[in-house]
Design a protein around this ligand. Structure first.
Ligand SMILES: Cc1cc2nc3c(=O)[nH]c(=O)nc-3n(C[C@H](O)[C@H](O)[C@H](O)COP(=O)(O)O)c2cc1C
Length: 334
């Protein structure tokens, strides 16, 4: 048995598992390992300091895999925005076939990518945003449930409901279930809800190839599903983080501050400090993304072992379920 879904067919991959476009984690080594193992690896554009560095990272990924991979382009409001036009130019010049977009006001970016004939996967945390992205011409939606690491949105709808809503509302546009997935059982549940595959973020942080400090991987292995905290709700930028002394501090400021001034909380939630956590392994140094799915993660396998395991679990579960259905025949008596 092997997988045959709208996602495996469209992207030319073997296993319908996409690696999240993880900031400060999704470099060439991880993305290539995922693509080599049959999934879709993704490198994160904004993890590169400038467009030319992205070009080098794309070329490095190509040297490490002959299989399809994508680039994540996350559109965040910023006082000094990254050089988005430059990143898009490099993506097109380097003949990238798959781009995952995320974030605000993606219209002009999606238009440009579609004009270049690129397959666009867009991330959404609500059905309303997913439908708007379809009107913009995206090929695939990645539906991020409330369980997910990082930007959960402001609606708090978990994957079980959100993906069924996607099946009901998105017509023939394929969608990927994201948020809370770590194994083959989750993959089968996503397929049964109507998804064409899954996206995994936190799970891929906990692999041999993820270029982050072993202390962070161990913290994820040691944590359970309770150890995440939502911060920045007050600023409508709700983010799910690993619970630590810094998320506690951020929540204190968020709930006690009399002003709405983001500057008060900014030093505590600094992205630069979060990056240092991943690099140096002091898990209390800053805030860093992790999802509730930590409760399902108990080891640090190679990407190849992880994807083989997921494939085996998923296909085995599908077989088991088909036996469950076989018992419900017209002859069977209750
Ligand atoms: C360390 C880390 C960094 C992330 N950075 C980004 C990012 O830059 N852009 C983005 O679209 N999603 C980002 N995400 C979200 C993931 O792509 C994915 O949607 C999420 O992890 C799925 O939930 P899960 O962790 O339960 O699998 C990040 C997640 C993690 C864990």
């Amino acid at each position: 048995m092997s997988f045959d879904t709208a996602l495996t067919r469209l992207l030319g991959i073997k296993i319908p598992v996409v690696q999240g476009g993880l900031q400060w984690v999704a470099y060439a080594e991880l993305a290539a390992a995922v693509s080599n193992a049959g999934g879709l690896g993704i490198i994160n554009a904004l993890t590169q300091p400038d467009p030319e560095s992205l070009r080098q990272e794309i070329r490095k990924t190509r040297s490490l895999t002959k299989f399809p991979f994508g680039v994540n382009l996350t559109l965040l409001p910023a006082l000094n925005p990254p050089d988005y036009p430059g990143f898009i130019k490099v993506i097109i010049e380097e003949n990238i076939r798959i781009v995952e977009t995320a974030g605000n006001s993606p219209g002009p970016v999606i238009k440009r990518l579609k004009e270049a004939g690129i397959i666009v996967i867009h991330k959404a945390t609500t059905i309303r945003h997913a439908k708007a992205a379809i009107r913009l011409g995206v090929d695939v939606l990645s539906i991020d449930g409330f369980e997910c690491a990082g930007h959960v949105g402001e609606s708090d709808i978990a994957s079980l409901i959100l993906n069924s809503r996607a099946r009901q509302e998105l017509g023939n546009v394929p969608f990927i279930a994201s948020g809370g997935f770590a194994d083959g059982y989750g993959l089968v549940s996503a397929l049964s809800l109507g998804a064409a595959g899954i996206n995994m973020g936190t799970r891929f942080m906990c692999t041999v190839e993820a270029p982050i400090h072993p202390n962070v991987k161990q913290a994820i292995v040691d944590a359970d599903e309770h150890q995440t905290t939502l911060i920045l709700r007050r600023w409508k930028n709700t983010s799910r983080m690993y619970s630590n002394s810094q998320t506690k501090k951020a929540i204190e400021i968020e709930t006690q501050s009399v002003s709405d001034d983001f500057a008060q909380v900014a030093p505590v939630v600094s992205g630069a400090k979060g990056r240092e956590v991943l690099l140096k392994g002091d898990i209390e140094h800053g805030v860093w993304y992790a999802g509730q799915v930590m409760g399902l993660i108990h080891d640090v396998p190679t990407v190849a072992d992880l994807l083989q395991r997921i494939e085996k679990e998923a296909l085995g579960t599908i077989q088991k379920l088909s036996k469950v259905a076989a018992h419900i025949t017209p002859q069977s008596k209750l």
